[in-house]
Design a protein around this ligand. Structure first.
Ligand code: NAG
Ligand code: NAG
Ligand code: NAG
Ligand code: NAG
Ligand code: NAG
Ligand code: NAG
Ligand code: NAG
Ligand code: NAG
Length: 318
């Protein structure tokens, strides 16, 4: 009897503590989420966030765009909701937040390194398709968990800051379609967890591909057309054995296609068109048995086409 009472008592204490702490966390998270709209830093002209009410049951876990785990907010997906204003860095005050997707909205202005620093516990940040301008924010060493960073389709200018090398876990990096106008930095070859790297459509200062890009052994997608690339395609691409889509078209690359390209043995698509490449197409291509599409048109290539390609399907001439 005593044991049963004790068990009941312990259970009810546990239950009370657990429920209360979950509620406290929810109340705190709800207050944090409401702050940017309350102080007018975030506008919601379409009323997409009309159900963000502190008083609603299960607030904030069943609010539009909010996902919780164990009563704590872990993900915010506010994609395509028509929200406007500054980067709402305050959302990152939720210490349990892991994923923040603010893409395809009308957010704008600068993002300071100080505000992004609040978000160091995130694993995924998507700010694609907004109106952000100015310098890319720098990332301090605390960003240990960020695996996805999508800054594409904004108006960021200037350089890729050197402290991007602090993003040791980064697997996906897109800076495509911005106004970045300094060089493509060599240090990108230090982000060795990358599987996807998008640099396309930026007015970079004419610069070569990182010489040691071959160190990105896990890279599957390099998307860099219209990035003002010049110089030769580095030999080290031969070490990109995971590469599936290699697109450096519409740049100013010169010299020969390195024979080492045969090392991209999983390549499905190679786009070299509209550059100033010269010489012959290396025989090494005949080893690329997964290749579905290869386009080297609008260059100065000479010589024969490897016989093995009669099996190949292509959409453009060489
Ligand atoms: C949130 O929960 C309340 C009460 O269960 C419900 O009335 C409301 O429709 C829910 N909101 C959403 C967006 O699911
Ligand atoms: C980021 O959002 C955009 C637009 O909503 C989407 O197309 C893109 O796939 C997202 N990026 C990632 C890495 O999921
Ligand atoms: C990274 O993620 C792990 C596991 O989810 C977590 O324990 C750790 O606190 C996170 N680190 C940072 C800096 O947020
Ligand atoms: C972004 O850049 C484009 C092209 O330079 C310009 O037309 C547009 O006004 C800019 N938008 C913002 C929000 O800065
Ligand atoms: C914000 O971005 C604009 C546009 O690029 C730039 O001129 C300005 O210096 C930036 N301001 C700050 C505080 O970084
Ligand atoms: C890069 O763009 C910014 C913003 O438009 C401009 O202030 C700066 O002078 C440009 N830098 C170079 C090297 O063209
Ligand atoms: C590929 O990597 C190996 C070992 O890391 C290195 O010795 C070699 O020079 C690299 N190949 C190229 C073409 O860079
Ligand atoms: C090809 O080479 C010729 C002669 O060197 C040069 O005039 C022409 O501009 C080159 N074309 C391309 C696409 O590089």
């Amino acid at each position: 009897m005593n044991n049963l009472l004790a068990a009941l008592l312990i259970t009810s204490i546990f239950f009370t503590v657990f429920v209360h702490s979950a509620t406290d966390a929810s109340n705190r998270d709800a207050a944090i989420l409401l702050r940017p709209t309350e102080n007018q830093h975030l506008q919601d002209p379409l009323g997409s966030l009309h159900d963000w009410l502190q008083t609603s049951p299960n607030a904030p876990c069943n609010w539009t765009g909010v996902s919780c785990s164990g009563g704590a907010v872990v993900a915010l997906n506010l994609r395509s909701l028509g929200i406007a204003g500054d980067f709402p860095a305050d959302f990152c005050l939720i210490s349990t937040l892991r994923s923040l997707d603010l893409s395809d909205n009308s957010l704008g202005g600068n993002i300071s390194s100080n505000s992004i620093a609040l978000c160091s516990h995130l694993s995924s940040l998507n700010l694609s398709s907004n109106y952000f301008v100015g310098d890319l924010p720098g990332f301090p060493v605390e960003f240990l968990n960020l695996t996805v960073l999508d800054f594409s389709i904004n108006n960021f200018s200037s350089e890729i800051p050197a402290n991007f090398v602090n993003l040791r876990r980064l697997q996906f990096l897109s800076l495509g379609s911005n106004l970045l106008n300094e060089s493509v930095p060599e240090f990108l070859s230090e982000l060795t967890e990358l599987t996807q790297l998008v640099l396309a459509v930026n007015p970079f200062r004419p610069s070569p591909l990182p010489r040691n890009i071959g160190r990105l052994a896990k890279l599957e997608f390099l998307i860099a057309p219209m990035a003002n690339l010049e110089g030769q395609i580095p030999e080290s691409i031969g070490n990109l054995s995971s590469m599936k889509i290699f697109d450096v078209s519409q740049n100013n690359l010169v010299g020969e296609i390195p024979k080492s390209i045969g090392g991209m043995r999983n390549a499905e698509q190679i786009e070299l068109y509209h550059n100033h490449l010269s010489g012959e197409i290396p025989d090494a291509f005949s080893g690329l048995t997964s290749l579905l599409r290869f386009d080297a048109s609008e260059n100065n290539l000479t010589g024969k086409i490897p016989k093995v390609w009669r099996r190949c399907r292509w959409s453009r001439s060489i």
